[in-house]
Design a protein around this ligand. Structure first.
Ligand code: GLU
Length: 483
């Protein structure tokens, strides 16, 4: 059996984490097994589908590096892969007509008011609502009269009275059973002529020869209905793998309040696509070893649906940030420089770019491990680009002792005599201050860090001082001593 899977987003919203994860797991499975991944746009909900959302979904997939083998606008694809286009071709209607002819479906002329009344009646007697099958019992004459009068109608699938228990073995969830008599005759073709999700998905999965349906757990309850459609059409049923829900840290369903809902927003916030993919892969899937940081190629070599957990996967933003920082650390200074230049804030940018490439690289190297999101480089680099007012107000927040003044004076003497000012020279000057004053490292470094940089803590002090430059340091020490 050749492996064919599909990712079938509805363009009724942006690509959110759950759908991105479903796309990724389909992609990993296809790549691992040498199968084919199809992108199918499920846009039959004409009111809510928007081409802008389709574009946004594609943009999100591209950022994550999830490509597909067949799909809309993919060269060589035989499509169409948009349900709206398949609908125009009559793909769903012809199958619906065949199901009516074979006695598996019927036209339903019930009005929304009639259906509401049925539902209210079931609610009042605390029964789960299933459609009464009123229209299945119409005589041919009654039906033809309604059709001749042009009465709007839907087409419903008829759950066979003999269907009993519908069972399937989910690759992730194991054996699942459903009582078919609780499903109710569901709508396959809506009154506007468009197919319902449960019907279109089966028609398309058959047409596209899908072997494995990998999707979110929220579709488990749809699966028995879909299985009945396969059976009515006498077609092979694919294997199913339902992915666990993604939950917020409070274990509730992931929602807007847990963070950005459009995957591409994470890019704007400074997350790297590579880190995001690595993180998403671990939302439900666990590698055979403990190693968490690995490339998507490495993950696809290991990926197995059998290793996807049943229980919900918690989305932990702190962990994602941590993972992003690991990916930032993997960059060479040059590569990081290319990433950060576009995100430099106006307060940093001109000063930073005025430095020589060697100094820029030295600054980057110094702060390389100190930020988790790319734009946070602005916070890390700020130490080099404080304006006078900022520096002064930071300095004013500290209190200094007479000993600190002594240290400052001793260091100023050293700096004034230095002819070069690289990292090693500054380290040597600091050692001389220690010897001259007889103070230990803490007593020398702590006040000098505050006076020279305005910060209480930060990266390696001699490098910070040397990168700030002798002129700036002398100026700050003199102003401190004369205050
Ligand atoms: N369009 C459906 C969704 O976005 C697809 C579900 C499926 O994969 O069957 O949830």
């Amino acid at each position: 059996m050749s492996i064919r899977v599909r990712f079938a987003p509805s363009p009724t919203g942006n690509l959110h984490l759950g759908t991105a994860r479903a796309a990724l797991f389909n992609w990993l499975f296809a790549r691992r097994t040498g199968g084919t991944l199809i992108l199918r746009i499920e846009d039959t909900d004409m009111k809510r589908s928007e081409t802008a959302f389709e574009a946004s979904i594609l943009q999100g997939l591209e950022w994550l590096g999830i490509d597909y083998d067949e799909g809309p606008d993919k060269p060589g694809s035989t499509g169409p892969y948009r349900q709206s286009e398949r609908m125009v071709d009559g793909a769903y209607n012809s199958v619906a007509q065949a199901l009516i002819a074979s006695g598996h479906a019927y036209r339903c002329f019930c009005t929304p008011e009639e259906l509401d009344a049925e539902r209210a009646h079931a609610d009042a007697s605390s029964r789960p609502y299933v459609y009464s099958q009123k229209c299945a019992k119409l005589t041919a004459d009654e039906r033809n009269a309604r059709l001749a009068a042009g009465t709007t109608h839907t087409i419903r699938f008829m759950i066979p009275a003999t269907a009993g228990i519908i069972a399937f073995d989910d690759i992730i969830r194991g054996h699942l059973e459903f009582d078919s008599q609780l499903l109710g005759d569901f709508v396959m073709i809506k009154s506007d002529g468009s197919p319902s999700y449960n019907f279109a998905v089966v028609v398309d999965d058959i047409h596209m020869q899908i072997s494995h349906v990998i999707r979110g757990e929220d579709h488990i309850s749809n699966t028995p209905r879909q299985i009945l459609v396969y059976q009515a059409l006498d077609k092979a049923i694919p294997l199913f793998a339902h992915l666990p829900m993604i939950l917020g840290p409070d274990r509730s369903k992931l929602s807007k309040r847990h963070g950005a809902t459009n995957v591409i927003d994470y890019k704007a916030e400074g997350y790297l696509g590579t880190a995001m993919v690595n993180y998403l892969a671990l939302l439900g899937w666990s590698p055979p070893d403990e190693k968490e940081i690995r490339s998507v190629a490495e993950i696809s070599d290991l990926f197995e649906l059998e290793r996807v957990n049943k229980s919900g996967a918690i989305f932990d933003l702190k962990k994602l940030r941590w993972m992003n920082a690991q990916y930032i650390r993997q960059f060479s200074a040059d590569a990081l420089l290319a990433q950060i230049i576009p995100v430099l804030s106006p307060a940093i940018s001109s000063g930073f770019l005025a430095h020589s490439p060697a100094t820029q690289l030295a600054m980057i190297q110094l702060v390389h491990d100190n930020f988790e999101l790319v734009p946070e480089v602005n916070i890390a680099l700020k130490v080099f680009f404080l304006n006078d007012t900022e520096y002064k107000s930071m300095l004013d927040a500290f209190t200094f002792s007479a000993e600190d003044r002594l240290v400052a004076q001793a260091f100023l003497n050293q700096v004034s005599t230095a002819t070069t000012f690289d990292d090693a020279v500054v380290a040597q000057l600091l050692e001389t201050v220690k010897t001259e004053t007889g103070f230990g490292t803490g007593k020398v470094f702590k006040p000098l860090r505050k006076i020279c940089s305005g910060y209480e803590s930060g990266p390696h002090i001699s490098t910070v001082i040397s990168l700030l430059g002798a002129e700036c340091i002398q100026d700050r020490l003199k102003r401190f001593l004369s205050a």
